[in-house]
Design a protein around this ligand. Structure first.
Ligand SMILES: C[S@@+](CC[C@H](N)C(=O)[O-])C[C@H]1O[C@@H](n2cnc3c(N)ncnc32)[C@H](O)[C@@H]1O
Length: 268
């Protein structure tokens, strides 16, 4: 498949692995959420970001541009979609779906598949929709904020879908580090200059839904405000925030008999 989501990864997938490198602090949270699973399914695996290397992994990724960017030390990904996983019921210890559910054509079918094939923890990482949690970027490009508010599924909807048969769901905000290496838009909260680079925004799929004229207006306005000092006068406090807790969330669904909590593990 060349692409299976709501955007064309043969275009935006180019250069993804250069600008969307897994961030080690976020990786540690994801790996803790996977618990002691020995086998892990990674759905919407892309170029392999956040895939654990100390456990057996089955990766699923429909876009060939993304599969081709997987480094040699990771297993090749299966060319299929979340909605039709070629795996037996209850066949993996844990599964993960990282910054991908908002792209699935049938999100509920994909989540049902995760529940069908997974014995233990299911870990999603996604953005909570709504401009209330949006940062200064929304002032410069409300069109982008509107795309994300429409595209990202409500956290409560995801949590409810992952809580059948007594499964317990925990929702954990993910602090984004100031030097985050995974270049989603929030990652640049303290580095606005980086968003002037078209290669950076091309690796952020929401820009594919915004007219080129809007992106040009955004770049022109932001560049001028950075040059005049206006951005720093209004938003300069972001530059010294070591982390920013915005819209990024982990959703962890555990079997009914589990008493673990990620918040206990990460604050220990
Ligand atoms: C933003 S990338 C995230 C990739 C990787 N998980 C990461 O964290 O870097 C989203 C991925 O979801 C994949 N995707 C889109 N629709 C999908 C579907 N229906 N089933 C599985 N993956 C899908 C895309 O091809 C893309 O590689």
């Amino acid at each position: 498949m060349s692409s299976a989501g709501d955007v064309d990864y043969s275009v935006i997938g180019l250069g993804y692995s250069s600008h969307r490198r897994p961030d080690p602090r976020i990786a540690a949270m994801i790996h803790a959420a996977l618990g002691d699973a020995k086998s892990v399914l990674n759905v919407g695996a892309g170029s392999g970001s956040y895939e654990p290397t100390d456990r057996a992994v089955i990766a699923v990724e429909p876009a060939d541009t993304m599969r081709r960017q997987r480094p040699a030390h990771l297993a090749p990904a299966i060319d299929t979609r979340a909605e039709s996983l070629p795996l037996a019921d209850q066949s993996v210890d844990a599964s993960m779906a990282i910054i991908t559910v908002h792209q699935w054509q049938d999100m509920r079918a994909g989540l049902r598949e995760l529940l069908r094939v997974t014995r233990g923890n299911i870990v999603l990482m996604t953005f909570a929709p709504g401009s209330a949690s949006y940062f200064w970027l929304g002032d410069y490009c409300p069109e982008l904020a509107a795309v994300e508010a429409r595209r990202d599924p409500p956290i409560e909807t995801l949590a409810a879908a992952l809580a059948p048969a007594g499964r317990r769901v925990e929702i954990v905000p993910v602090p984004v580090p100031i030097d985050c290496t995974d270049g989603f838009s929030e990652a640049y909260y303290a580095r606005p200059e980086r968003l002037l680079d078209p290669n950076v925004t091309r690796a952020q799929s929401s820009w594919a839904f915004v007219d080129e004229a809007v992106r040009e207006r955004f770049v022109t306005t932001l560049r001028a405000d950075l040059a005049s000092g206006e951005w720093d006068r209004k938003y300069g406090q972001y530059r010294s925030m070591p982390t920013f807790t915005g819209a990024l969330r982990l959703i962890v669904s555990r079997p009914a008999n589990s008493t673990a909590r990620l918040t206990d593990q990460t604050s220990a």
